[in-house]
Design a protein around this ligand. Structure first.
Ligand SMILES: *Cc1c(COP(=O)(O)O)cnc(C)c1O
Length: 370
């Protein structure tokens, strides 16, 4: 059997008539920037997330950059996040002029550890950025409580967690503002780059709208300097089509995850995300921990199993952050996960028999070593 890590072409085949019609409609209208397709998607996406506002932007990275800019976070401020995330989270912090403060993740789910959070707060802390890693919402209640007590902002990095829920509320509606990515491989993927912010704060949404489009109030009038960070109409139209399928796709991911959980129960391969009644995990990635990953990866490739590693290097140990002077051992949970994790294939269009095949391959390969 051959199971690719992802299969965007299979998904396109399922929805081709709808997507092709949406694309043709935008091209026919020639309203490529702004316009009705963007407005419609923003309305539907806000409704989907359970927020008052959604603002389409150029990417998940742009969403983070715009959120920091709209909240006036910058030089002199400290922003707390986990060292176990994609670099976009911390790029946006640094590029705003603020300083990154890492708090380790929890080994059991890879998300920011609320128990270590308060010790990292200083008089300069302006914001905390919890990352809903792999599609699993961070334990938000203690984070929001600490943030409120210290008068600190909370910005959700929801790039991996569209449709996820925490205590019955959708990711994107859990804090002051949230940032989504529509990178093609994300659970709701554009056919290029895209992103959004969601919020209940109308003024804040208006500020992001201003900043994404050169600080423009009218065609020729610029209230402030902004960015060129808009979501284009083609992407918005495609995303609007895909949004209608997202619940079904999410349920399919969850069914595959449950199947993996069951099949791997009696093996040396440990799924990272234990089931938790508080959350609806949307399995952007299905991540397991293994011993001896370096030997396992080429053997999985030989058996036709496409896998990923998210992430092999914790951010504080990346060359890009050598300037922070953080040595190995600084964040032990992030470092342990970086050594042990493998992401298995998971997507709605995956072969129904894939979990059985992949679990049997994993059991054989890890069992042989024991
Ligand atoms: C994908 C991702 C981003 C960045 O999104 P882009 O659309 O690729 O710019 C930010 N944070 C996390 C956690 C991500 O996974």
């Amino acid at each position: 059997m051959k199971i690719p890590f992802n299969d965007l072409r299979a998904q396109y085949r399922m929805i081709k008539p709808e997507v092709d019609a949406a694309i043709a409609e935008v091209i026919e209208s020639c309203a490529f920037i702004g316009g009705p397709h963007l407005a419609r998607f923003e309305k539907n996406f806000a409704e989907f997330c359970g927020t008052g506002e959604a603002v389409g932007v150029a990417s998940g990275t742009a969403a983070l950059q715009l959120a920091f800019a709209a909240l006036d976070i910058g030089p002199g401020d400290e922003v707390i996040t986990s060292p176990y995330t994609f670099i976009a989270t911390t790029e946006a912090i640094s590029q705003s002029g603020a300083t990154i403060r890492f708090v380790d993740c929890r080994e059991e789910d890879g998300c920011l550890d609320p128990e270590q959070l308060e010790a990292a707060i200083t008089p300069r802390t302006r914001a905390i950025v919890p990352v809903h890693l792999y599609g699993q919402p961070v334990d938000m209640a203690p984070i929001l409580e600490i943030a409120q007590r210290h008068d600190v902002l909370v910005i959700e990095d929801s790039a991996q967690a569209v449709a996820a829920e925490y205590r019955g509320r959708r990711a994107g509606s859990l804090a002051r503002i949230a940032c989504f990515s529509f990178y093609p491989g994300k659970n709701l993927g554009a056919y290029g780059d895209g992103g959004a912010i969601t919020t209940d704060d109308e003024e804040l949404a208006a500020r992001v709208r201003l900043l994404r489009d050169h600080g423009r109030t009218t065609k020729y009038e610029h209230q402030v300097e902004g960015f060129n960070a808009r979501l284009d109409a083609l992407q918005a139209a495609i995303l609007d089509v895909k949004l209608r399928h997202l619940e079904d796709w999410t349920e399919a991911r969850r069914r595959f995850a449950a199947r993996y959980d069951e099949l791997l129960l009696e093996s040396d391969v440990r799924p990272l995300s234990p089931r938790n009644d508080d959350v609806r995990h949307v399995y952007h990635l299905y991540v397991v921990r293994v011993a001896d990953r370096a030997n396992l990866l080429p053997l999985l490739a030989e058996r036709g199993v496409g896998v990923g590693v998210h992430y092999p290097i914790a951010l504080h140990l990346q060359p890009a952050y050598a300037r922070l002077g953080l040595a190995a051992g600084a964040f032990p949970a992030a470092e342990t996960l970086a050594r042990e994790v493998i992401s298995l294939p998971i997507y709605a269009e995956m072969d129904e028999k894939a979990p059985e095949y992949i679990a049997s391959v994993l059991k054989e390969l890890t069992g042989a070593r024991a």
